[in-house]
Design a protein. Structure first.
Length: 120
């Protein structure tokens, strides 16, 4: 049973809160919202996963570029790949590489991130 399957009352209004989805930095967070005062309560598991993302996002990793044949290879830290696997569930070995601007390259894993990029 999930915690949000139970009736949750707002601390301020004492009214039953409704389930909703909050999108934050590309994350779908399950929440309950009070329709009267708009108070929000995040699902604890989603909040924990989001905090893991923020911690990884705020870290800087130093990795080496290596020459492999006629191309360069960069290793992606295991922590990032493991986190991506947990979140995406459908991540495969192919990634989308974009040269965004001078000094900036991006990698997109999975279809969800690709769709977000195409809609910009």
């Amino acid at each position: 049973m999930d915690i949000l399957d139970n009736a949750i009352l707002c601390k301020k209004c004492n009214k039953q809160m409704k389930k909703a989805i909050l999108i934050k930095n590309g994350f779908k967070l399950r929440v309950v919202v009070c329709e009267k005062c708009h108070e929000k309560v995040l699902h604890p598991v989603d909040e924990q996963e989001y905090n893991k993302f923020i911690n990884l996002k705020n870290r800087e990793f130093k990795v080496k570029m290596r020459l492999v044949g006629n191309s360069y290879a960069v290793s992606i830290p295991r922590e990032i790949v493991n986190f991506m696997h947990e979140q995406e569930k459908m991540m495969n070995d192919m990634v989308r590489l974009c040269f965004e601007e001078a000094g900036r390259v991006s990698l997109n894993f999975g279809e969800i991130l690709n769709r977000g990029k195409e809609n910009e």
